[in-house]
Design a binder for this molecule. Structure first.
Ligand SMILES: [Zn+2]
Ligand SMILES: [Zn+2]
Length: 216
């Protein structure tokens, strides 16, 4: 859901049959009637179960076609043309109603991803771990940006990246492997290793862990 759905919520029309505001629904991939899309990612549909069009539609369709279906009123964004959608149940289209709060949350997330990608450009010279770490830990971010962020861990050279990355659950195992490789390179570059007992960072030549005092 990358496109900006928010604009569709600005002027939502009302149903001419019941005067209730239409619902903003995600368009089905294929229009069942003609096999073509509606040419719009969003449809405004009256989902009011008391709407006279819907209430009376059952008997009309039964009489005309002998199906157990009814009509829902529909308009496309930017058009006043009335369309009728045939529906086989009360629940049809109710699962595709777009949740504005989810859209907003997604926009905020996407905005942060874009900012992090822009900040990545100067992250090495500024020794700024934040944008790289943000991208690596954002499972919804685009994989190319996350991959690029991983390659920057060694040049940024901030050991603070280790704990959050180690504690993160990666959905993509290749990203996880690349992150772990970057961490071990980062440790090597800093003459450090992780104690196998307590996972604290210690000097790579250490024979005894300075934190848990175990022999290595
Ligand atoms: Zn209506
Ligand atoms: Zn230890």
């Amino acid at each position: 859901m990358r496109s900006d759905y928010r604009r569709y919520f600005e002027n939502i029309p009302v149903c001419p049959h019941c005067s209730v505001e239409l619902s903003c629904c995600e368009s089905p991939q294929i229009h069942v009637g003609d096999g073509l899309g509606w040419g719009s990612e969003v449809l405004y549909i009256c989902l009011n179960d008391e709407c006279s069009l819907f209430v009376n539609g059952w008997a009309q369709i039964e009489e005309k076609y002998g199906h157990n279906s009814s009509y829902r009123y529909m308009q496309l964004p930017g058009s006043n043309e009335a369309n009728l959608m045939m529906v086989g149940s009360e629940d049809a289209f109710k699962g595709s109603v777009i949740d504005l709060q989810a859209v907003d949350a997604q926009n905020v997330r996407y905005q942060k991803e874009k900012e992090a990608l822009a900040d990545l450009e100067t992250a090495i010279e500024r020794k700024n771990l934040e944008p790289a770490l943000h991208l690596i830990l954002d499972e919804a971010a685009a994989i190319d940006g996350r991959r690029k962020a991983i390659t920057m861990l060694v040049p940024i050279n901030d050991l603070a990246c280790i704990d959050p990355i180690r504690n993160h659950k990666f959905r993509d195992t290749s990203l996880q492997t690349e992150s772990m490789m970057a961490i071990s390179l980062l440790l090597k570059a800093n003459y450090k290793k992780e104690c196998p007992y307590c996972y604290e960072l210690i000097k790579s030549q250490a024979k005894v862990c300075m934190h848990c005092k175990k022999e290595l």
